[in-house]
Design a protein around this ligand. Structure first.
Ligand SMILES: Cc1cc2nc3c(=O)[nH]c(=O)nc-3n(C[C@H](O)[C@H](O)[C@H](O)COP(=O)(O)O)c2cc1C
Length: 208
């Protein structure tokens, strides 16, 4: 079956994209408003997008009533955010933070999530997150009114000590992070426990 994206409603496009492009990593993003209010919310329209410079992208869609989400407002006005990756242990708390709270509500407090100071940016990291990426705004791609693709540059990162196997290369015990991913619809998630391995082919050693 073919799908004409130009003729589809935004709701149907959302259902299509979240129902096909899976799994999606979850960025639990912490920001601080210009007046100092802490904010946290999950984003799966999120990706790494470069290493030199080191880049992440996050798509902040408008709220149901067409406003810019607090995460977007805060990033645009302060230029700083932290991407906290989400383990199975943090799943329920992450889900709590997506509540449609009014601006100024600290979702971290609602979810009983403790923070720790970041090294280079004002927003704190989530203490229980295995990996936190401290980012400064690199650039933005305005997509429509109150909707923006945030391009962030990773300035500093924190990984919980127990996952670091070799800090020099670096090598991590990645499966032990037990990260979760977003799946279809608004409610489904996946674990990252079912792994398999493949060597990358080279033309010199091809067997095809
Ligand atoms: C797993 C998950 C992923 C989400 N991904 C996105 C996303 O990529 N972009 C977006 O605009 N909203 C996304 N949302 C919805 C926001 O988290 C939600 O609108 C939240 O209230 C925004 O909070 P804020 O206004 O504090 O930024 C997601 C929600 C969940 C639970």
């Amino acid at each position: 079956m073919d799908f004409d994206f130009e003729g589809m409603s935004p709701t149907a496009r959302f259902a299509f994209l979240t129902g096909t492009v899976v799994p999606r990593p979850i960025a639990l993003i912490t920001t601080v408003s210009p007046s100092g209010a802490l904010n946290a919310a999950p984003y799966t329209f999120f990706s790494i997008a470069g290493i030199d410079p080191p880049i992440v992208t996050v798509a902040v869609l408008p709220t149901a009533d067409g406003r810019m989400k607090d995460t977007g407002e805060n990033i645009l006005s302060t230029g700083e955010f932290v991407v906290n990756l989400v383990s199975e242990d943090l799943a329920a708390a992450m889900n709590t933070t997506c509540i449609d709270a009014p601006p100024g509500v600290n979702e971290l407090a609602l979810a009983n999530l403790e923070t720790a100071p970041s090294a280079t940016v004002r927003p704190p990291r989530i203490a229980a997150s295995p990996v936190a990426l401290e980012c400064r705004l690199h650039s933005t791609v305005p997509l429509s009114a109150n909707q923006v693709l945030v391009v962030g540059r990773i300035i500093q990162a924190h990984v919980a000590d127990k996952f670091v196997i070799n800090p020099n290369e670096p090598i991590f015990d990645t499966p032990a992070f037990r990260l979760i991913g977003g799946m279809h619809g608004a409610k489904w998630y996946t674990r990252t426990a079912d792994l398999f391995e493949m060597e990358r082919p080279t033309w010199a050693n091809r067997d095809v």
